[in-house]
Design a protein around this ligand. Structure first.
Ligand SMILES: C[S@@+](CC[C@H](N)C(=O)[O-])C[C@H]1O[C@@H](n2cnc3c(N)ncnc32)[C@H](O)[C@@H]1O
Length: 227
């Protein structure tokens, strides 16, 4: 990972503290052992984690508050999902949703996804990756902080099975165009449709997206296929 001037890695998120409600904190305390996969250097064995064996495996990076993640997992009970997020309020909120919907097909990792991709995901193990509204770094001067860069696209390509998909959505046009530029440096993918894709029905509106739409933003969905 790149290092900044103070010799700390440049991360795609900023950890904010102190907005954890009691409901969220209780959820983590009561159900964390069951639903959170601890970060480690061991590869995830999906068939040991989930009751449903040999199922389609989808990873979501940066689920935010997780409402959309839970909705998707509820709609597709035959698919196993792992969501990665660093913020505790989102982790607590998603645990509450998993319990409310009685989901058996969704687990959480609370850690930097860039490191998890390196350490916990086997090559050619995923059928799909969701990255919805990845980060707030829409200004060009912040491009080093952007999660979606050629280097990261290369890394996650190795984790996808042949013909598996990578679905990214953003509400910043510059970021959308940047993603297409970064993609050009990666020969592991083809675009599913030319440039942008119509929002698929299986992607409900996310919390961050709704805020953007209320501000008058447009949304760009991009779907790559591992080739
Ligand atoms: C702009 S929010 C969008 C959240 C959600 N997908 C939505 O659309 O409402 C981006 C989220 O990605 C998370 N994130 C960014 N970089 C991350 C990383 N490297 N590892 C894990 N989570 C990350 C942030 O913590 C944040 O919650």
């Amino acid at each position: 990972m790149e290092e900044n001037k103070k010799n700390r890695p440049i991360r795609s998120y900023v950890l904010r503290q102190g907005r954890l409600t009691k409901h969220q904190s209780d959820a983590i305390t009561e159900h964390g052992d069951e639903l959170i996969i601890p970060s480690s250097n061991d590869l995830i064995k999906w068939d040991l984690v989930f009751p449903l064996k040999q199922a389609t495996s989808i990873l979501e990076i940066g689920f935010g508050m997780g409402d959309t993640t839970a909705e998707i997992a509820k709609t597709f009970p035959q698919i196993n999902f792992i969501g990665i997020e660093v913020h505790s309020p989102g982790v607590g909120n998603l645990i509450n949703k998993i319990k409310e919907y009685e989901l058996k097909n969704l687990r959480i990792i609370q850690h930097d996804a860039v490191e998890i991709v390196d350490t916990m995901l086997a090559d050619e193990s995923l059928d799909g990756i969701h990255i919805f509204f990845p980060d707030p770094w829409h200004k060009k001067r912040h491009n080093k902080r952007r999660l979606i860069r050629a280097e990261f696209l290369h890394k996650i390509a190795a984790k996808l099975k042949n013909n598996a998909y990578l679905h990214i959505a953003t509400d910043w046009e510059d970021y959308a165009l940047w993603i297409l530029e970064e993609f050009k440096a990666c020969n592991e993918y083809t675009l599913k449709t030319e440039n942008f894709h119509k929002k698929p029905d299986h992607r409900p509106y996310t919390k961050y997206e709704k805020r953007g739409l209320n501000l008058g933003h447009k949304v760009w969905d991009i779907i790559f296929l591992r080739s």
